[in-house]
Ligand binder design. Structure first.
Ligand SMILES: Cc1cc2nc3c(=O)[nH]c(=O)nc-3n(C[C@H](O)[C@H](O)[C@H](O)COP(=O)(O)OP(=O)(O)OC[C@H]3O[C@@H](n4cnc5c(N)ncnc54)[C@H](O)[C@@H]3O)c2cc1C
Length: 391
């Protein structure tokens, strides 16, 4: 049996960061992963360019049963800390909208950087490694298809339940349960909505249309594009709001967040315009959508035939269009998992279990979920970094 100071299960973003930090402290570290390569999710993140952090990092960008839990880690590992690492390795990056930082070339560069850093810190990695059993006696014992490994500290960095096709296995939750830790309800997040069969028969023909909109649900509001799909709604603003949506909630869509539609319509009406409403709305909405929307919500006629009250009603509908999704897509295509290891079970300073000494959790497996925009990877780096100072 081979004894290490630390075993990290999961060679993803948080596991690699944790292993590197443990290695830098002179700990002997072994990383085990069932995949054939490290960082599979990093590779596909951000369309292959990996939105690795966000310069507007704040605890309000995270969802958790305990909104304070993420604060300590976020304050000890900031976007600048990750940027310093990139600069050290000559990895070029670029800022896109809202402080989102992406690799200029490819996520591969971050993976190579993690490989180099872990190598330099003396971290050993075993890939293609199936975890068969985890036990704790004097120390942790991890049985695998490569043999049994022993360690003083065990870090569970196995990610969430989303994207099973690229490695999510739920083993982190299983290990947590085995040691008696509580897990909050798991739900797909950053995920498209699905319409009911009835709504699809109405909205189905809109598939492919994209609109710049503002979406509200449960006191949250996001601005960005929404995309009608053959199953429902997707697009960045929809993915964002999906993390706050609960079954039977309606989402409220402002279809024209920058233009006061009432002001626009009343001006046309007072100018005695004979243009039909759907043609007027086509100035600000895709014309196929404007036609569909008018056909299903109002009787479209020339604008001069409406009175003020009616135009107010139409404008109000444009700015507050209620849509009730039936459900969301499942974990197969959800970017992240909402919920996870109950934060009451962990120290926010170290990520160590309060019940089981030496057992740590990092990254998406914890009940901390970031919004779209580089927050989830940053949580993975930050929680991995913090655990790496203690494991
Ligand atoms: C398509 C997609 C795009 C995304 N884009 C972004 C983005 O641009 N920006 C952003 O911030 N976030 C993004 N995310 C989310 C982000 O990638 C994750 O939140 C983050 O990678 C989680 O890091 P982690 O270390 O917790 O887990 P992961 O990176 O998922 O790593 C978990 C590791 O554990 C291993 N593992 C799992 N089960 C076992 C087992 N049974 N035995 C051994 N090993 C196991 C896996 O192989 C994997 O290597 C995206 C997610 C997806 C799915």
């Amino acid at each position: 049996m081979i004894k290490n100071d630390v075993i990290v299960i999961g060679a993803g973003a948080s596991g690699m960061m944790c292993a590197i930090e443990c290695g830098k402290r002179g700990r002997s570290v072994l990383v085990l992963d069932k995949a054939l390569k490290i960082g599979r999710k990093i590779r596909i993140s951000g369309g292959g360019c990996c939105n690795f952090t966000n310069t507007n990092m704040s605890p309000i960008n995270f969802i958790s049963n305990n909104s304070h839990f993420c604060k300590s880690a976020l304050s000890r590992f900031r976007p600048d800390d990750f940027i310093s690492m990139l600069k050290k390795h000559g990895v070029k990056y670029e800022e896109r909208e809202d402080g989102q930082l992406f690799c200029a070339k490819s996520s591969e560069e971050i993976i190579r950087m993690l490989e180099k850093e872990s190598n330099d810190s003396g971290v050993n990695i075993i890939l293609n490694c199936q975890i068969q059993d985890v036990k704790k006696e004097e120390c942790f014992m991890v049985s695998t298809n490569h043999g049994i490994f022993e360690s003083e500290s065990l870090v569970i960095a196995t990610g969430g339940a989303s994207y099973p096709l690229i490695g999510a296995s739920g083993i982190g939750y299983k290990i947590a349960k085995q040691f008696g830790l509580k897990i909050t309800e798991l739900k797909p997040a950053l995920v498209p909505f699905i319409f009911s069969r009835k709504d699809l028969s109405i909205f189905g023909e809109l598939s492919g249309i994209s609109i710049d909109a503002a979406i509200k649900c449960n006191k949250m509001e996001f601005r960005g594009s929404i995309l009608f799909t053959h199953k429902g709604l997707s697009g960045p603003a929809i993915l964002q709001i999906s993390s706050y949506w609960k079954k039977d909630d309606a989402i409220v869509i402002d279809l024209s967040p920058d233009i006061d539609i009432y002001g626009f319509l009343i001006e046309k009406q007072q100018g005695k315009s004979k243009i039909e409403i759907h043609n007027l709305l086509s100035q600000y909405l895709p014309s196929r959508f404007a036609k569909f929307w008018c056909d299903s919500h109002i009787q479209s006629k020339p604008v001069n035939q409406y009175n003020e009250k009616e135009l107010k009603g139409i404008a109000n509908l444009v700015h507050n269009w209620e849509v009730k999704p039936d459900s969301t897509e499942d974990f197969k295509i959800a970017e992240v998992t909402l919920g996870g290891i109950d934060t009451d079970e962990l120290s926010s300073k170290t990520m160590e279990s309060r019940r089981v000494k030496g057992l740590y959790f990092t990254g998406e497996v914890i009940d901390v979920t970031g919004q779209l925009g580089g927050y989830n990877l940053h949580w993975a780096w930050a929680s991995g970094f913090v655990a790496g100072q203690f494991a």
